[in-house]
Design a protein around this ligand. Structure first.
Ligand SMILES: NC(=O)c1ccc[n+]([C@@H]2O[C@H](COP(=O)([O-])OP(=O)(O)OC[C@H]3O[C@@H](n4cnc5c(N)ncnc54)[C@H](O)[C@@H]3O)[C@@H](O)[C@H]2O)c1
Length: 252
């Protein structure tokens, strides 16, 4: 039987900003104990402080998701602190360089793949290890519309986000009999720091906004609501899915 949110424990990566921050706050508002991960200590600790001041439970640990030893230690610390792990929300990511494929530097490519793809693999690896032992769990990986379609000047980002969908589907198959549901969300352009230099004046914002049939940007709260639903309310049979929250961008 699904546990009530107030007896659950979540690890959220990228919790210092944007989608990860909004998801952490919303999960905590529903009683979930939130173990926050980010490589930016200031913003990560700010999210934890905000949750605690609002009456929720939260702990921040500085971790680079591309470093397996740091992630393994953090997952163990979460278990020591809160006694279990029910939910993994893997949101940490970077936008990376914007270059045509032939101009994309090898070091920019490697850095982006290490964080946006290998970081999700590493996060899932240690989260799933605990969830298999428990016989239950829910994981939500944040992919992108760039995981569904190509986007010019973003070959590494597109490759990583397609990869996130691939490992989400594969892990969903592997752990379907272990009571672990694993899904991905593919947001459209979402109003966060990740795209702030793409929307920092009115004409740039309008051009991004109008790419969506809804003619508006996605708000991080909308992704957080979808994460909350997937982690605490969706049916157990919903696993291996990719849910676009993109104002119908990928429906066109
Ligand atoms: N904003 C968008 O338009 C959009 C659209 C689709 C998908 N996404 C994806 O959503 C996720 C969250 O992005 P966001 O928009 O909230 O961006 P954001 O920049 O607001 O937040 C990303 C967070 O991840 C953290 N982070 C980055 N690299 C890390 C690392 N190696 N280890 C630990 N933490 C790290 C950052 O410090 C930051 O707090 C990303 O995976 C991003 O690719 C964003």
């Amino acid at each position: 039987m699904t546990k009530t949110p107030d007896s659950q424990v979540a690890i959220i990566t990228g919790a210092g900003s944007g989608i990860g921050k909004h998801a952490s706050i919303l999960l905590a508002q529903h009683g979930v104990k939130t173990f926050l991960i980010d490589f930016d200590s200031v913003s990560g600790q700010n999210t934890a402080d905000h949750i605690i001041k609002s009456g929720g439970e939260s702990f921040f640990e500085k971790v680079d998701v591309s470093q397996p030893d740091q992630m393994e230690k953090a997952v163990n610390k979460c278990i020591e602190l809160y006694g279990g792990l029910d939910i993994g929300v893997n949101s940490a990511g970077i936008a990376g360089a914007r270059e045509l494929t032939h101009s994309y530097s090898i070091s920019d490519w490697n850095k982006l793949i290490e964080i946006n793809l290998t970081g999700v693999f590493i996060s899932m690896k240690y989260q799933i290890t605990k969830m298999v032992a428990n016989g239950s769990g829910r994981i939500v990986n944040i992919s992108s519309i760039a995981g569904i379609v190509g986007l010019p000047n973003a070959s590494a980002y597109v490759a990583a986000k397609h990869g996130v969908i691939g490992i989400t589907k594969t892990a969903a198959l592997e752990y379907a009999k272990n009571g672990i549901s694993i899904n991905a969300i593919s947001p459209g352009w979402t109003r966060t720091d990740l795209i702030k230099n793409m929307i920092d004046d009115e004409s740039k914002e309008k051009s991004i906004r109008l790419r969506h049939p809804t003619e508006r940007l996605v708000e991080p709260e909308e992704i957080a609501q979808t994460i909350l639903w997937l982690c605490t309310q969706s049916p157990d049979s919903l696993t291996g899915a990719v849910i676009p929250v993109d104002g119908a961008f990928t429906t066109k």
